[in-house]
Structure formats: structure tokens, C-alpha cells
Design a protein around this ligand. Structure first.
Ligand code: 7RM
Length: 655
């Protein structure tokens, strides 16, 4: 099989790679490149045998009769015939073996405040919430929306759904009422979890009020369960709303677990694509759980006594896979971090890590860029001695930030795992193994077991060899690959499997260097990655044009020192617009916040007379991207531009 010449890296002595750490490697699960190569080769040459063996790490109610059927791209299924329950795997089996071990450390918003939840307690709380759901008539396959801050109840709600076979849809608690409503309606959720208020840094977020706005005039959601995070009283709608703690108190702790089929959906998670409508990616039960737990074990080199501190939010895929499901399936203590990296100051992560003895630490380049700007002193306020592995995810990491993470935060002692993956992939696909892979700052390095990355050109021709660039595709399937887009399988096939027949197209550009290492260069589609969060230009544009004063809108990214990319909007106002020149930016920024949420707020909204378009009327975002990035001298081919004077007008405007 020559799908990828296994041009494995040279030994570190002969290249500019950062060698593995001897002390770490000596005790690691995978200790060198020979071990990695051998296991990797086995995983791609005999995948059935490899995955069959790996599947034994899960507790099955009935073992699968087959490993995988991946013959038709986009119709993959894994472990058919198997029966299992995710909550049994993540909770019950550890509650039986190690009932008093801490399952969750909740690091509250206020520094120094922690609450530990043992596996035995977790089991009882999940059981109670599951019984609350059952009492509300929630059955296997029903959808439950979770719109909560980072509190233990969010994890209870997810695991309770898993226990009874309900499909959860976690919506990040930073999304606006409108965005929440769209996601509830798309999934047809009948129950919603929220909290009276959320606390994040110095801010209070009125979650229940946002929920009331989202549900206004809607009958689809029959019940709202409200966790009590603060002592704020909030209006409760009779017959619909109840306090979660009161509802739980009325239920037994024991709740039988559904026997779920391997391919039954575990959850839906929405992400942005190149159209205005977010996609609800659907993840499976067995494959998802197996792959997230396996990657957690190998990529973080996770052990029984680890404390896994992933600073993401459960509203994103990273929170699903590497706060809740991966670590808990492995019986590893996981951390729910309610605060922000800068609250009350830039030493927060490191002091928290010291307080709770965090051994594995996982965050985003955006957080690291913000922290690096504050200098080394806040880092030194924490000892960081407990930390063994440092991880990053969400965007390309600049080599100088990587260096700082490695040299200052990790004091050159901790391997860094730069993990590339997506909402669609469920788990990490390209990453170093911390005891085995020599590192290069800025590269996600090499594929995980079972993963076959390849590069293609725009015409779909495979690009062989090393020191090449192209579009990143994955050949074949892996267990945690998304199964469909909720309610629109055709869109799933069109988005991911038609551009390059037979391959999964990631939407990312990528370089494979002279050593075969992968460097993800970022999205090649109309998706902007702001602080590691994907936002579709079409969604923002549709929010803008829904304002009476806006006739047309075009949104493009511009490099941003902290966020990676910032959102820049161009609008053409309507004839009848009565927005004053000084009001345009403020009003339209507010419009976007209202429609989507604060994360989608443009850096600037610029009113222009006309947008650059092709003769067929397509907006040439490439031209706007270049102009806004100050690269007007290399606008490229403008021959398809309908009205070339538009470019001069834009340049004049932005002077
Ligand atoms: C986990 C997550 C996915 C997009 C992906 C990339 C970018 C993620 C890295 C990265 C460079 C990385 N899911 N991305 N990780 N780029 N290096 N290590 O982020 O669905 O929200 O985003 O994020 O563009 O396609 S996501």
C-alpha cells in the first residue's frame, strides 16, 4: 500500500527537531519512533485486528460481531452488533472499582474555590438527573439541549442523557438567544438544561433570561431544568420550568442504563460551515467513546493517577471529548474550569494547576498568546511542578508561542502535544505522542494510529512525497468520525465526501515537510477561526443583512495578534438607511452579537459604496481579504472582476 510513503523523520540528532525527553520517554506508553511506527503500520495495514483489540478496553453489554464497514465513503459504521452504555463506561465501572476517587474537580470562577466529586457521587448524581429526564417523558433517541456554564451539572446532564439514550446537544453558553433558538428548533429538543446565571471572570451571564427569550412563543420545549449557580431568583414559568436541585431531590440515585447499539447517536454538536446554517454533527456511541478514550490515553500518556486539566468549555468538541468522555472513560480525574485564563490575572492557570496537582494541561494557542503578552512573571507565580504534558488545540500555534509554552511554562521539561482535529473528527487525528515524537514548534507532526492523511491539489490529484503543500484529506474512516449532519445526510455527503471522491475533505490547507511532518495552515473555506472557534462568514453576513439598513455584506478574516483571526465586515447600506456614519459600526456590531453571540462580533464594520464582484455576481472575498490585510499590492488575478473601479474606491476608503 503506497498511499503515503512512510518517510518517517530522521533521528533528532541529524535535524532541527526537538528531541523527546529521556525521563518522560522511559516511562511512556510509546517510548520511541520505532514503537510508534510499528503500531502505526499495524493499525493501517490490519485495521480490523487493531480496532478489534482496542475495543476490548470498553465495557460491552454485548460484544460487536463486526469491526467496521467503511466501504462506502460517508456511510461508515463501526462495531455493529455491539451494545454498550457510555455512562456505564465513564461512571459505573469506576464507581465500582474506585468509588472514592475524584472523578471531577470543579475549579470555580473565584480563585482558590474547588469542589471534588468522586466517582460514587458522580454515579448518584447522574442517576438522579437521568431519572428526572425519564420522569419528564424523555426516551431513547429524544433530543435534550444543554445550555449551561461550566458547572458539574453540565457533566451530569450529558452523562444522564447518555445513560437513558437521549441525544444531547450542548450549546455554548456564549451564544445569543437567537442562535440558541435555531439550534433547539433544528434538533427538536423537548427538554432544556440551563442555570439561573453563569459566572465567568468578572461577569454574570443571565442564562435563564436568554433561555426565556429563545423559547418565547415556542412550544417544542416542554421542560426547562434550571441549575442554581448563584442565589439570583429568576422567573420560572409554571408547568415548564423547575429547579434542577429540587427535581433531583425527588428522584432515586439508581437508574438502569439503556443498552445502546454501537451506532446509536450519542450527541449532536453544531459547528459553522460555509453556508448560513450551522451543521449539527452527529456522533456515535461506541466508535466515539473508543477513539476519544484511546487518543486520551496515548496522546496525553494518561495514567490512573493523572489529573487532566483541559481548560476548554463543554460547549465545544474539545470539552466533550477531552473533558468529559475521554478522561472519564479512562477513569482519570478531570477538571471543569469555570473561569478564564486572565481572571483575576494571568497567573490563574498556573496557580490552579498547582492547587489541584494538574498533571496534563490542555489549552488553545489563543489563550497562550494572551498570556505570553503578560510576560513570564505571572507564570512564575505558579510552580507547575505537577504538569507532565502540555497540549494545544484549535488553531495553528505560532512557533514563538510554542517556544514560550515549552521553555517558560514547561521549563523545557514537558513535551508539547500540538493536536489537530475537528468537531467532525470527534477526536485527535494528527499529533505527537509525547514520549516518542521529536517535536517541531508549529507542527502537529504525525498521524495517530489508524489515520491516513493525504494531500490533494485543487483538481483532486494526490500529492505524493515530502516538502509539498495541498488540501488535507483523510483516507478511510476512523471510529469517531461524525456519522451525519442532523436532519440532512445529503449535506453531510456534499460537504465532506464529494469534493474529492473517496476521501474525507477537512477544509484545511496543509504542508508536509521534508520529514513527513504535517503543518496545518488553516481553513481554505469560508470559515473564520476566531480564538479557536469556527464562525462561518455566511452566518455573520446573514446577521448583517437582516438589519434594515444593510443591503449587502461581505465578511473576511484579518490576522489578529491574540485571536489568530479577527472578523472584518464590509457593508453596503440601503438607500433608505438612516444610520449616521458614526453609528454604522456600533449598531451593526451589536446586530451580530444579538444574532450569534459575542464571539462573532466584528472588529470593524466598514460601509462602502460597492463590493468587489465577479461578472456572475459572486463577491470576491479574496480581494477584500488582501486589502484588509494590507496586501493590496498582491491582489492576484482581477480579470473576473465586473467593475475594476470598485477596488480603487475600497483602497481610497481604507487609506
Ligand atoms: C478541536 C477543534 C477545527 C478547525 C480545524 C483547523 C483548526 C484545530 C488545530 C487547528 C492547526 C491545530 N475543533 N485547528 N486544531 N489548526 N493546528 N492543532 O478545534 O471544529 O472547532 O475546529 O480548527 O482549521 O479545521 S473545531
Amino acid at each position: 500500500m503506497v498511499w503515503w510513503p512512510p518517510a518517517f523523520p530522521l533521528m533528532p540528532e541529524t535535524s532541527k527537531m526537538i528531541p523527546t525527553k529521556k525521563d518522560f520517554s522511559a516511562k511512556a506508553r510509546i517510548r520511541d519512533m520505532d514503537e510508534y511506527k510499528a503500531l502505526y503500520q499495524r493499525s493501517v495495514e490490519t485495521p480490523e485486528a487493531f480496532w478489534k483489540e482496542q475495543a476490548q478496553s470498553l465495557t460491552w453489554m454485548h460484544p460487536p460481531d463486526a469491526v467496521c464497514d467503511t466501504s462506502v465513503p460517508g456511510e461508515h459504521n463501526w462495531f455493529s452488533g455491539g451494545r454498550l452504555n457510555v455512562a456505564v463506561n465513564c461512571v459505573d465501572r469506576h464507581a465500582a472499582a474506585t468509588p472514592d476517587k475524584t472523578a471531577i474537580i470543579w475549579a470555580k470562577n473565584e480563585p482558590g474555590e474547588y469542589e471534588n466529586i468522586t466517582f460514587a457521587e458522580l454515579k448518584r448524581n447522574v442517576g438522579r438527573v437521568a431519572n428526572v429526564l425519564r420522569s419528564l417523558g424523555v426516551r431513547k433517541g429524544d433530543r435534550v439541549c444543554i445550555y449551561m456554564p461550566m458547572i458539574p451539572e453540565a457533566a451530569y446532564a450529558m452523562l444522564a442523557c447518555a445513560r437513558i439514550g437521549a441525544i444531547h446537544s450542548v450549546v455554548f453558553a456564549g451564544f445569543s438567544a437567537e442562535a440558541l433558538r435555531d439550534r433547539i428548533v433544528d434538533a427538536e429538543a423537548k427538554v432544556l438544561f440551563t442555570a439561573n446565571e453563569g459566572l465567568r471572570g468578572g461577569k454574570k451571564i443571565e442564562l435563564k433570561r436568554i433561555v426565556d427569550d429563545a423559547l418565547d412563543g415556542m412550544t417544542m420545549v416542554e421542560s426547562v431544568l434550571v441549575a442554581r449557580r448563584t442565589d439570583a431568583d429568576v422567573p420560572m414559568k409554571g408547568g415548564r420550568d423547575q429547579w434542577l436541585d429540587e427535581a433531583m431531590a425527588q428522584q432515586r440515585a439508581a437508574c438502569p442504563a439503556e443498552w445502546m447499539a454501537s451506532e446509536d447517536p450519542l450527541f449532536i454538536l453544531y459547528t459553522s460551515g460555509s453556508t448560513g446554517k450551522p451543521k449539527g454533527l452527529v456522533h456515535s456511541t461506541a466508535g466515539y467513546l473508543l477513539y476519544t478514550s484511546l487518543t486520551h490515553r496515548y496522546i496525553f500518556d494518561a495514567r490512573e493517577d493523572d489529573v487532566h486539566f483541559c481548560a476548554a468549555d463543554v460547549g465545544w468538541i474539545t470539552g466533550h471529548s477531552y473533558i468529559v468522555y475521554g478522561p472519564l472513560c479512562n477513569g482519570v480525574t478531570t477538571v471543569l474550569f469555570e473561569s478564564t485564563p486572565l481572571y483575576p490575572d494571568a497567573s490563574r492557570y498556573w496557580k490552579t494547576a498547582d492547587d489541584i496537582g494538574a498533571t496534563l494541561f490542555y489549552t488553545s494557542p489563543t489563550a497562550l498568546r494572551a498570556l505570553m503578552r503578560e510576560g513570564d512573571e505571572p507564570v512564575k507565580q505558579g510552580k507547575r511542578e505537577s504538569i507532565r504534558v502540555l497540549g494545544t488545540v484549535g488553531e495553528p500555534i505560532n512557533p514563538e508561542v510554542w517556544r514560550w509554552y515549552h521553555d517558560v511554562v514547561g521549563e523545557e521539561r514537558c513535551p508539547i502535544v500540538d493536536t489537530w482535529w475537528q468537531t467532525e473528527t470527534g477526536g485527535i487525528l494528527i499529533s505527537p505522542l509525547p514520549g516518542a515524537t521529536p517535536l517541531k514548534p508549529g507542527s502537529a507532526t504525525l498521524p495517530f494510529f489508524g489515520i491516513k492523511p493525504l494531500l490533494v491539489d485543487a483538481n483532486g490529484n494526490r500529492i505524493e512525497g515530502n516538502d509539498v503543500s495541498g488540501l488535507l484529506c483523510i483516507e478511510g474512516s476512523w471510529p469517531s468520525q461524525a456519522r451525519t449532519i442532523w436532519g440532512d445526510h445529503q449535506r453531510f455527503l456534499n460537504t465532506y465526501f464529494t469534493a474529492f471522491p473517496g476521501l474525507y475533505f477537512t477544509g484545511d490547507g496543509c504542508r508536509r515537510d521534508e520529514d513527513g511532518y504535517y503543518w496545518i495552515t488553516g481553513r481554505v473555506d469560508d470559515v473564520i477561526n476566531v480564538s479557536g472557534h469556527r464562525i462561518g462568514t455566511a452566518e455573520i453576513e446573514s446577521a448583517l443583512v437582516s438589519h434594515d439598513a444593510v443591503a449587502e455584506a461581505a465578511v473576511v478574516p484579518k490576522p489578529h495578534d491574540i485571536k489568530g483571526q479577527g472578523i472584518h465586515a464590509f457593508v453596503v447600506l440601503t438607500e433608505s438607511s438612516d444610520l449616521g456614519a458614526d453609528e454604522v459600526s456600533g449598531t451593526l456590531k451589536q446586530q451580530v452579537r444579538h444574532a450569534i453571540g459575542a464571539i462573532a462580533t466584528p472588529e470593524e464594520v466598514i460601509a462602502v459604496d460597492a463590493l468587489p464582484k465577479t461578472r456572475s455576481g459572486k463577491i470576491m472575498r479574496r480581494v477584500l481579504r488582501k486589502i484588509i490585510a494590507g496586501e493590496a499590492h498582491q491582489l492576484g488575478d482581477l480579470s473576473t472582476l465586473a467593475d475594476p473601479t470598485v477596488v480603487d474606491q475600497l483602497l481610497e476608503k481604507l487609506k
